[in-house]
Design a protein around this ligand. Structure first.
Ligand code: AMP
Length: 510
């Protein structure tokens, strides 16, 4: 494909209309560094779309004339860098192109006050309004499928996600973690203006934030005053240092698993922002839904793709049911049940095919627990109060340090009510019966006719949804996905998209 440089708005509109591909859009203000390169190369590696980089120093987002004048301009080098790292086209408009005088069609937007009045918005009046205005204008001209942004500007990222939602724009936002220089400071176009001493101070600031993150991992708490005290020993002027909820930018709460520690400092003429995410544990995805909704297949694939532990809670109830049947235990007798709960060990182990096997007291039961016999009693057994209490505790122990995707019926409501992402996966009874019938794991189901399977599923749904303890209900904050007519890949991709949208990429970096 011929690489092109476009400078006029009419040209970019034509280019976008006539190009025979979806567009990945990477907006920048130039003086490109490795942070920008990572954005361009991520877009290139994500898909086979055409990659468009824009270079435009947006005057509306500068609250200081001198800052605007001094903003580094290295256009020839930027063109080389963009093309050699995966850009197919570069858009370099002038001020008059983006903001033509007397054009009444240009919308000057306001950033939402809840998000723009915190952090950088406190001192940079109008900055985020300018960001929203220019991105809205560029999106309108280019109509990309994906918009690539850096988490380095976390507040900007939140505000632009909000803009896309508010304006119902048909574009997906993809983000990359903050790229840091060899000495740990975030790469920024403005860094070239730093004196040696300023750079030293900024390095100290960034390393204090990274240190706070490490301490938080162990102690699960943070002392802002201590950090401020340390910074003041270096005469660093702090504009703000805040511990906030990562999405609302309100004060962090005790129950927040992920929170944001963000600061801005001034060194001479230069202002630098940096942040880290503080985490009590790695993220958890909860996937709930009725039998046959595709939970197991989908959850396994998500675990593999996101390198998370796969917790099949249903298999734990089945494993217990298996033992109860095998030992012929009268589970209605409390004492007998207590005895079995006291001694049972249920363990998941990866096998040679990278699948997970289930062991009950060191005996592999992976296949046996899928029999129709187990299916017919598991709902009853899982509705016993003591059983639920015991297995929920076991599941929470497995999830203590997070980093897992769990599937079941009460994960989002009972087991992990603070899971970062909750999905409620469902499908019509017809669809679920068809899937059960063709399930190669379930030999019994294949022998049963479709109508009987439908009746069995209906019965199971009724039992699951009406039991007294932890009934199958959708958590208030769960996202419902109806999987009729969707391929497994479509469902998996959708959930991964929700995950990527919700969880900062930086949380995966130590
Ligand atoms: P700018 O040229 O500063 O407007 O930045 C253009 C895009 O690059 C924005 O989405 C920034 O968040 C992103 N970006 C800039 N610096 C970094 C960095 N160090 N790491 C990750 N993304 C960055």
């Amino acid at each position: 494909m011929k690489k092109v440089i476009i400078r006029k708005t009419e040209e970019i509109e034509n280019w976008s209309k006539n190009i025979n591909s979806e567009i990945n859009f990477i907006p920048t203000m130039g003086n490109l560094h490795n942070g920008h390169i990572k954005l361009i190369s991520t877009a290139k590696n994500d898909n086979s779309n055409v990659n468009l980089v824009s270079i435009f120093i947006n005057p509306l987002q500068f609250d200081n004339k001198l800052d605007l004048e001094n903003y580094p301009k290295t256009i020839d080098n930027d063109i080389k860098i963009s093309f050699s790292n995966g850009a197919d086209a570069i858009f370099i408009p002038s001020n008059e192109d983006i903001y033509p005088p007397n054009n009444k069609n240009i919308q000057f937007l306001k950033a939402p006050i809840e998000l723009s009045s915190a952090l950088c918005g406190l001192n940079r009046i109008g900055h985020f309004d300018g960001v929203c205005t220019v991105i809205y204008r560029l999106l309108d001209l280019i109509k990309p499928k994906n918009l690539y942004l850096g988490e380095k500007d976390w507040q900007q990222l939140l505000i632009l996600k909000n803009l896309v939602q508010r304006k119902k724009l048909n574009v997906a936002i993809k983000s990359i973690p903050t790229q840091r220089d060899f000495d740990g400071i975030p790469l920024s176009s403005r860094n070239v203006n730093l004196s040696k001493n300023e750079r030293k101070l900024i390095r100290f600031f960034s390393s204090e934030l990274l240190e706070a993150k490490k301490i938080f991992q162990q102690e699960k708490k943070i002392n802002l005053n201590e950090i401020i005290k340390k910074l003041s020993t270096k005469k660093i002027s702090i504009e703000y240092l805040e511990h906030l909820h990562p999405y609302t930018l309100k004060n962090a709460r005790i129950e927040d698993n992920i929170s944001l520690l963000a600061g801005a400092i001034r060194c001479g003429e230069t202002r630098l922002i940096d942040h880290v995410f503080l985490m009590k544990r790695r993220p958890i995805i909860a996937i709930d839904g009725p039998a046959g909704s595709g939970k197991s297949t989908v959850t396994k694939l998500i675990a593999k793709k996101l390198k998370l532990l796969y917790l099949d809670t249903g298999a734990m109830y089945r494993a217990l049911s298996w033992l109860i049947l095998k030992e012929n235990i009268d589970y209605k007798k409390e004492k007998k049940l207590q005895n079995i709960l006291k001694d049972i060990s249920i363990v998941f182990k990866s096998n040679a095919n990278s699948h997970q096997d289930v062991y009950v007291n060191n005996y592999c039961v992976t296949e046996e627990i899928r029999s129709q016999k187990i299916s017919s009693i598991v709902s009853k057994i899982s509705s016993i109060k003591e059983v639920r209490k015991f297995l929920v505790e076991e599941q929470r122990k497995i999830g203590e340090s997070g980093g897992l995707v769990a599937e079941g019926r009460d994960i989002g409501t009972t087991v992990f009510p603070h899971a970062e992402l909750k999905i409620f996966l469902t499908a019509s009874i017809d669809e679920r019966a068809k899937r059960r019938k063709s399930d190669t794991n379930s030999k019994d189901s294949r022998k049963i006719d479709l109508d009987t399977l439908k009746e069995l599923i209906k019965k199971r749904d009724f039992e699951d949804s009406n039991r007294e303890i932890s009934p199958l209900i959708k958590a208030n904050d769960a996202i419902e996905i109806i999987t009729d007519g969707c391929s497994i890949k479509e469902v998996v991709d959708k959930i991964i998209e929700f995950y990527n949208d919700k969880i900062p990429k930086e949380t995966e970096i130590n």
